[in-house]
Design a protein around this ligand. Structure first.
Ligand SMILES: Nc1ncnc2c1ncn2[C@@H]1O[C@H](COP(=O)(O)OP(=O)(O)OP(=O)(O)O)[C@@H](O)[C@H]1O
Length: 260
């Protein structure tokens, strides 16, 4: 039996295959090589923390997973879809992969509720009533339902970041990417956002990749911690082994800097 068009132009694989597969991925910005031969497999439901020095390529790596950045060598396969220069799968990828940024990226002229319903109505085709009901569910989950009719500018940074997380969840993603979600926040607001992320990690079974230096969070929820340096994955391990017995000198140096 011949393969259907859909099967033939993707490499949809069985459930034993990883949800995210990166093989020999390299990328350059001009002359500068930002990713060097990255191999990474992420299983359904895995929670991964990525850390490393500034400029080591952490953001770029996760942005290659939702095609905000394009890799130039190697393969990236997300939920059976191979990311190529052909943009025909981009909508599916963006729908399946939610992202929370350092700077919340909410629409300032829309209320919290409108920020949350925009994607579900216009991209997923949900009715306004259904999208609003769903949005309120997620706003309750991040404990911010009472702010639904306010504008982002009326909220604190921590509240805005919780709204941004709820907004991603409204799209019912298969994977959530977090790019330093607490690093732009005042210190007293970090915990409220981390608490929401811990809850998400523990209760939802969501596949999560988090670029963060919040090592308490990593210890609490990560299945795996990845250390990057100069565009390479230098080391990866369970949090206990990673923190208690780092294998590489560069990892030890990095940990000694951020933990003291
Ligand atoms: N669009 C771009 N054009 C040129 N260089 C870029 C671009 N985006 C990132 N870079 C450079 O690539 C390097 C890696 O950036 P990236 O943001 O992936 O690192 P990072 O490990 O996430 O660092 P940080 O913690 O500082 O965000 C940096 O030196 C950065 O200046």
């Amino acid at each position: 039996m011949g393969m259907s068009a859909k099967q033939s132009d993707t490499v949809r694989q069985g459930s034993a295959q990883p949800l995210i597969l990166m093989e020999g991925v390299s990328k350059w910005f001009g002359q500068f090589q930002v990713l060097r031969d990255i191999d990474l497999q992420v299983d359904q439901g895995e929670r991964i923390v990525i850390c490393g020095p500034s400029g080591s390529g952490k953001s770029t790596l996760i942005r290659c997973i939702n095609r905000l950045e394009e890799h130039q060598q190697g393969r990236v396969v997300v939920d059976g879809i191979e990311l190529t220069n052909d943009l025909k799968h981009i909508e599916a990828i963006r729908r399946d992969v939610g992202m929370v940024f350092q700077h919340f990226n909410l629409f300032p002229h829309l209320t919290v509720l409108e920020n949350l319903t925009l994607g579900p109505v216009w991209v997923l085709g949900q009715s306004k009533a259904r999208a609003q009901e769903n949005a309120m569910h997620y706003l309750e989950r991040v404990q911010i339902a009472e702010q639904a009719h306010k504008y982002p500018g009326q909220l604190s940074g921590g509240q805005q970041q919780r709204v941004a997380i709820a907004r991603s969840l409204c799209m019912n993603p298969k994977i959530m990417l977090f790019d330093e979600p607490t690093s732009a926040l005042d210190p007293e607001m970090v915990t409220e956002v981390l608490d929401v992320m811990v809850g998400l990690a523990k209760d939802s079974g969501m596949t999560m990749l988090c670029v963060t230096h919040e090592m308490g969070f990593a210890r609490q929820v990560a299945d795996r911690v990845i250390f990057m340096d100069q565009g390479r994955i230098v080391e990866q391990n369970t949090p206990d082994k990673f923190f208690d017995a780092p294998q590489h000198e560069r990892t030890r140096l990095f940990l000694s800097r951020i933990l003291h």
